[in-house]
Design a protein around this ligand. Structure first.
Ligand code: HEC
Ligand code: HEC
Length: 435
């Protein structure tokens, strides 16, 4: 709000001042008291209208790219403005009233669209069951881009993320520095070279020097680049790219979740779509859908393959990750917290990218840290602040900028409240509360 006023002032004050001087000058040049009173009234209306115009414009400038729910406010202001101008120029009053009505309708419509939660464009995406097997490579690649980034063309958009959650950790653009996980540009070529790494132990899964030696007992090792990619997705700890293992495990354990398992739970068809995109976007010919599926069957036993029916619709690019009506463990899964954090009592929350969230123990120590510059006084406040504004205090030794800064917009107040409630009860060394 302060930003808004600031921007409208800096934008408008010179014009505003000029108008005011002009109007005052006109008034004093009038002798008839009746005329003068009307002129004074008009001055007042005129200045109010000008102020509203500037605020409306500033609101647009500030919030247009933020996908903000404040946008209709601008339209409402312009509506009021049009009616006021009708008063001001009485000879064109009808014209202004018509214009005003049009803006009113526009404001109403966009307000309706903007205030609906969840969806872009006002309507939930239709739930179509996709038949990945019968798609062309380009269609399959498009589906892959949707799964990774949330929509077609979104791979070019900074911060875009889909249900696959890969951009949480991986960079995808050529030359882009990717510190948490290997940059996936060039993976189709690199995959073949990885098989030659002595640490990969081609053909002898039992010899692998990693936390997990094979995807499941009897699973073969990869023979081709595509199989390497499939194995990386199904069993990240089977082979850990040097330098990217969980800290302290000497690259024996990977921080990447197996992406066919909860919370990501991609089906074989979806995995094939993701892989196809990795090839197609580099202009490379992708293996066929059948070959990719076969590769995954080598690393994911039948019982572990998610069924397409269980598929839950992913949040759209502009939608909420969780609305608060879900059970607690699902809120943590849908909001992706589990990928990065270990959360006692939440199944599958074994991430190691960020700190273990025993906040009843952690929060008081953080607040006492002389480096703490936030405003939290209580455990609850500290958690809320950490989720909405992760950079306010960065927990050592983790780097800043890893935890997404979108949760303030992507979680409903109800979901956030449930998260804070639960985390504030977690204590190091104590049994977590029942969920
Ligand atoms: C929580 C972070 C995280 C997420 C989410 C994640 N990855 Fe990874 N991924 C890693 C790390 C770290 C490595 C390197 C260690 C290893 O080899 O497992 C890796 C390795 C890989 C590799 C092998 C790379 C190479 O150079 O050999 C591929 C392929 C891959 N990931 C694909 C994906 C895809 C596709 C997704 C999304 C569906 C994904 N990852 C999601 C962290 C992540
Ligand atoms: C991509 C990884 C990632 C995701 C996803 C993520 N976090 Fe974090 N989080 C981190 C990292 C790294 C830190 C430590 C650095 C910092 O403070 O920013 C952190 C810090 C925190 C802290 C402060 C912990 C402490 O002990 O002081 C809280 C609380 C927290 N995260 C909660 C959440 C919640 C709740 C979610 C899901 C809504 C979430 N995080 C999602 C990576 C992540």
């Amino acid at each position: 709000m302060a930003d808004l006023l600031g921007a409208s002032l800096s934008l408008g004050w010179p014009v505003f001042l000029f108008l005011a001087c002009l109007l005052v000058y006109f008034q004093f040049s009038m002798s008839d008291p009746d005329k003068r009173r009307r002129a004074q009234f008009k001055t007042f209306i005129g200045m109010l209208a000008a102020a509203m115009a500037f605020i409306a414009i500033a609101n647009y400038k500030l919030n247009f790219f933020g996908n903000s729910r404040l946008l209709p406010v601008s339209l409402v202001m312009i509506t009021a403005l049009a009616f006021m101008m009708g008063l001001y120029f009485s000879n064109m009053s009808a014209l202004f009233k018509i214009g005003g009505m049009m803006f009113l309708v526009a404001a109403g419509l966009s307000g309706y669209g903007n205030w609906l939660p969840q969806v872009e464009g006002g309507f939930p995406p239709p739930e179509v069951k996709l038949d990945f097997g019968s798609m062309s490579p380009q269609q399959l690649a498009d589906e892959g881009e949707k799964i990774i980034f949330g929509g077609i063309g979104q791979s070019k958009v900074q911060g875009a993320i889909g249900k696959g959650q890969c951009p949480l950790c991986h960079g995808f653009n050529e030359g882009f520095l990717s510190e948490r996980a290997p940059n996936l540009f060039g993976i189709p070529e690199r995959a073949k070279k990885q098989l030659e790494d002595p640490r990969y132990h081609k053909g002898k899964p039992g010899d692998r020097d990693t936390a997990q030696k094979e995807a499941f007992p009897g699973a073969g090792t990869a023979e081709t680049g595509q199989e390497y990619i499939a194995e990386s997705h199904a069993c990240p700890s089977c082979y850990v790219v040097a330098g990217f293992g969980v800290k302290g495990t000497n690259d024996k354990e990977s921080p990447m979740p197996a992406i066919h398992k909860p919370p990501i739970s991609l089906t074989l068809g979806e995995l094939a779509a993701v892989d196809t995109w990795l090839y197609v976007r580099e202009g490379k010919e992708a293996p066929t859908f059948e070959d990719i599926t076969k590769a995954y069957e080598k690393f994911i036993p039948e019982a572990d393959r998610p069924k397409p029916q269980e598929d839950k619709p992913a949040a759209g690019a502009g939608g909420l990750l969780a609305d608060g009506s879900e059970p607690l463990d699902q809120i943590f899964a849908k909001a992706q917290c589990v990928v990065c954090h270990t959360i006692p009592g939440i199944p599958g929350a074994v991430g190691t990218v960020g700190p273990k969230l025993v906040e009843k123990t952690n929060a008081p120590t953080r607040i006492k840290d002389p480096a703490y510059k936030g405003s939290a006084k209580t455990v609850r406040d500290y958690i809320t602040e950490s989720v909405i504004s992760p950079s306010t205090y960065v927990v050592k030794p983790f780097p800043d900028g890893v935890m997404p800064k979108v949760f303030g917009q992507k979680l409903s107040a109800g979901a956030l409240n449930k998260i804070v409630d639960y985390l504030s009860q977690l204590e190091e060394g104590k049994v977590p509360p029942k969920i």
